[in-house]
Design a protein. Structure first.
Length: 163
């Protein structure tokens, strides 16, 4: 297994964890917040989708799917306080879009060599993620950064432990 394969496997694991946490949740459940001051799950899914498109395009320009008009704005930081379900997507819509983003990411990885990972990352990200490889790792682990927030919602809803 080479470094690109490790990134691919890490991404697959991240997606498996979050999808397991979301699988038995309803659209209404996605509007739950894990705690006061936290973002609800619908906003988090939209954030994952829009930010992963941005990250993917920073690594492979044009590789990310085009999101529906207004989607990124709908899930911007200034919208995280909204509890109006009409301002957010359904679980099916989020999972469909996320599947498209994931397929695009995996397709883009097909064109990445190990030496590509050592190239400088996007200039605006270099202080934290100096190389393209560091940004690919961020992209592959981003969902796991949010996964812990799904568990308290599941517990509050009485859902079973899935992982």
């Amino acid at each position: 297994m080479n470094a690109v394969d490790v990134i691919r496997q890490t991404n697959t694991t991240s997606q498996m964890v979050v999808k397991a946490y979301v699988e038995d949740l309803s659209d209404a459940d996605l509007m739950r917040r894990p705690a006061a001051g936290c973002n609800h799950l619908a906003w988090q899914l939209g954030h994952l989708i829009s930010s992963e498109c941005m990250l993917l395009n920073s690594l492979a320009p044009g590789a990310a799917p085009e999101l529906p008009a207004g989607f990124a704005e709908q899930h911007a930081k200034d919208k995280c306080g909204s509890d109006d379900p009409s301002q957010f997507c359904t679980k099916a819509q989020y999972l469909e879009l996320w599947g498209q983003v994931q397929a695009a990411m995996m397709g883009a990885l097909d064109h990445v060599s190990e030496s590509d990972l050592d190239k400088p990352g996007p200039e605006n990200m270099q202080p934290m993620f100096p190389t393209a490889g560091a940004v690919w790792v961020l992209l592959a682990t981003h969902a796991l950064m949010h996964a812990g927030q799904f568990v308290p919602v599941r517990r509050a809803l009485g859902k079973p432990v899935v992982i």
